[in-house]
Design a protein around this ligand. Structure first.
Ligand code: 8DG
Ligand code: MN
Ligand code: MN
Length: 362
């Protein structure tokens, strides 16, 4: 079975009344427009609508070349029409997207949620309190967590894309530190860079050791050791995954798994940075440690994209009655865990053709 997430045909045919493009006559429907609408829906707490727009955006990305408005509409399906609402359908999507982009709430929410450690809830509360700018935040002595303080302090750097070369340097730095504490341990670049993206918002590194158990505690050694001032901020979390608790992944915001991990900000030396007064840059780094037996699952999970993972897990559940997460794959019909020594084996268990990382960008 060959499967690309987000390209399933729409579950219901378009209603005949909208045999034209569901997005208005002017059809300035772009992936970017849909992503803006997804973001705005997320800011308003409408997760369902947000997901509908995200799905539509990735369907659009997967469609070949230029399509007629009708073909486009059919591919995107009626879920999108419902999410857009009748008034938007009549006025056209581009009008709605412009309205969103200009609205004070959207702009402020975007500004605040780009602070490391600030989610929709906090941003929304600040907006309601009348805070509008980063200067407001500082001047009003708003209560900030340690993470948010670091986020505010390094706001510009952390919102400047990380280049592949920078990610690779950080990978080497961590590799060196890891070798010192635990020879034989390995460091793998995951996230968007593994999917071949030239730049990203952070560096995702996955650590393991070929002998199960040896990896335990590795991260605190790397993150907590006085690391020549290389780490500007970090918060760590111990491994809390136990197989006997069953296959259900944990809940909680921004935590999709229970590996030992460290969310950090590194200080990366950079040479000849144009326009920069200093020779370094703050870079967000996620470090995760997986026992070797769970490594392929962790690698699959931490390679993303988020949308790909969501669709793959949905496929596993709906089509195969299996629970897939970053630790294991569990078959609920056979009542057993399906072990895997590579990502390829996970796809085999799911009855899917292997999807290489560069094709997981949807
Ligand atoms: P970017 O950084 O370039 O923006 O893109 P990315 O690399 O695809 O996004 P990411 O936010 O760094 O996430 C990479 C993958 O990590 C994503 O598919 C989700 C996955 N991931 C887990 N567990 C957890 C977790 O507990 N927290 C977070 N933030 N991400 C997790 O598998
Ligand atoms: Mn990333
Ligand atoms: Mn990350």
């Amino acid at each position: 079975v060959s499967w690309v997430p987000g390209t399933d045909p729409p579950p219901t045919p378009l209603p005949s009344s909208s045999s034209r493009c569901p997005t208005g006559g002017d059809s300035a429907l772009s992936q970017e427009a849909l992503e803006t609408l997804a973001e705005e829906a997320g800011f308003s707490g409408s997760e369902g609508r947000s997901l509908a727009f995200t799905r539509a955006a990735s369907v659009l990305k997967a469609l070949p070349g230029q399509l007629s408005a009708l073909e486009e509409g059919q591919a995107l399906g009626s879920g999108l029409s419902l999410s857009l609402g009748q008034d938007v359908l009549e006025d056209g999507v581009s009008v709605e997207v412009e309205r969103v982009k200009l609205s004070e709430r959207y702009r402020t929410m975007k500004l605040f949620t780009k602070i490391f450690g600030v989610g929709v809830r906090t941003a929304s509360r600040w907006y309601q309190e009348g805070i509008r700018t980063l200067v407001d935040l500082q001047e009003r002595n708003t209560k900030l967590t340690r993470q948010q303080q670091a986020g505010l302090q390094h706001y510009e750097d952390l919102n400047t894309p990380v280049e592949r070369g920078e990610a690779e340097s950080i990978g080497r730095m961590v590799q060196e530190a890891v070798q010192r504490f635990l020879p034989g341990a390995s460091v793998t670049l995951a996230g968007g860079f593994r999917r071949g993206k030239p730049r990203g918002h952070d560096v995702d590194l996955l650590l393991t050791h070929p002998e199960a158990g040896r990896e335990a505690g590795l991260l605190s050694a790397v993150c907590l050791s006085p690391h020549q001032g290389l780490i500007l901020y970090q918060h760590s979390q111990e491994n809390s995954f136990a197989l006997h608790e069953g296959p259900e992944p944990p809940g909680g915001r921004d935590v999709l798994d229970r590996f030992e991990r460290c969310f950090s900000i590194f200080r990366l030396e950079v040479q000849g940075r144009p326009g920069a007064a200093r020779g370094w840059k703050a870079v967000r780094v996620d470090l995760v440690v997986a026992p070797v037996g769970q490594f392929p699952f962790a690698l699959l999970g931490w390679t993303g994209s988020r949308h790909f993972e969501r669709e793959l897990r949905r496929f596993a559940g709906h089509e195969r009655k299996m629970v897939l997460n970053s630790h294991t794959l569990y078959d609920t019909r056979l009542n057993l865990f399906l072990p895997a020594a590579s990502e390829e084996e996970i796809f085999q268990h799911l009855g899917l053709e292997y999807v290489p990382p560069t094709q997981r960008n949807a």
